[in-house]
Write a protein that binds this ligand. Structure first.
Ligand SMILES: Nc1ncnc2c1ncn2[C@@H]1O[C@H](COP(=O)(O)OP(=O)(O)OP(=O)(O)O)[C@@H](O)[C@H]1O
Ligand SMILES: [Mg+2]
Length: 253
């Protein structure tokens, strides 16, 4: 049984993509067969691995109609055990395409059915919104992982996300579990970060991962060189943080 982890938070720029890419890479390094699904029209995850010219079909084609199988658009990366389902700006049309379709929220779940047994982990990078794309991820997922940026207004929007989680659990996906909350962009030198950590731990308790993802410029640089943190800067604090997060994820699932 594969574990399907949706990385979601409708707040923008909180570290969803950085977490999806580097958690998936860390799991692949641990010899877990890993599929990284880019479900964001911004395609930041995709562009971490491939130049845009290399993307012909994208996840939109597999979700919008049944002409293209998801298995046909999976792209292997240069790293062992790590494949990617690429995205493109076309995915922004999905909302409109799925209006009135009775199976709209189930498209990703159905598309993954053909390949989910080929992977130990499927990691889904969601866009910063709670629309039909994120709903597709939550319906397909076994687990939700929420990155929260350790900054002012950190918890803004988490109520809406949790309400969406409970609505998805009530009907289409009762087995969906909150895997955990991870604090990102954490600056341990500041009192603010420490206060936010306390506040997040008060609300989410044991669901908050012990691992804190610190601010690390190497994490910001690596996508520009088409690398994950583990090849770009294997000795960086960012690499250590994502190794630790992967270890905790493996303990929890
Ligand atoms: N731990 C970190 N240290 C330093 N920079 C980081 C860290 N995590 C993320 N960043 C940078 O912060 C910015 C936002 O991160 P990221 O793209 O992962 O967020 P996101 O939640 O996916 O954003 P969006 O909502 O737009 O999809 C990026 O420039 C990224 O490189
Ligand atoms: Mg992103």
């Amino acid at each position: 049984m594969s574990i399907i982890i949706a990385i979601a938070n409708q707040k923008g720029g909180v570290g969803k993509t950085t977490t999806a890419v580097n958690l998936a890479a860390a799991l692949a390094l641990k010899k877990k067969r890993t599929l990284l699904v880019d479900l964001d029209p911004q395609a930041n995850t995709t562009l971490t691995f491939f130049p845009i010219e290399e993307i012909s079909y994208s996840v939109y084609d597999a979700l919008a109609d049944h002409q293209v199988n998801l298995t046909e658009i999976i792209k292997p990366t240069s790293w062992a055990n790590l494949c990617v389902v690429p995205s493109k700006i076309a995915l922004a049309k999905l909302e409109a395409t799925l209006v009135g379709q009775f199976d709209g929220p189930y498209r990703l779940k159905d598309a993954l059915a053909a390949c989910r047994e080929d992977y130990d982990f499927i990691v889904i990078d969601c866009p910063p919104a709670l629309g039909i794309i994120t709903v597709n991820a939550l319906v397909a997922a076994t687990h939700l992982l929420v990155p929260i940026q350790a900054a002012y207004y950190a918890m803004e929007g988490t109520d809406d996300l949790l309400e969406t989680l409970s609505r998805i659990r009530a009907r289409p996906n009762p087995d969906l579990q909150l895997l955990g909350v991870v604090l990102t962009l954490y600056d341990k030198r500041t009192n603010l970060a420490r206060d936010i950590q306390q506040q997040v731990r008060r609300v989410f308790g044991a669901k908050v991962f012990r691992t804190l993802i610190g601010k690390n410029v190497r994490l910001e640089e690596s996508p520009a060189y088409k690398e994950t943190i583990f090849t770009y800067a294997p000795d960086s604090s960012g690499a250590a943080d994502y190794q630790n997060l992967a270890r905790e994820v493996l303990q929890r699932v």
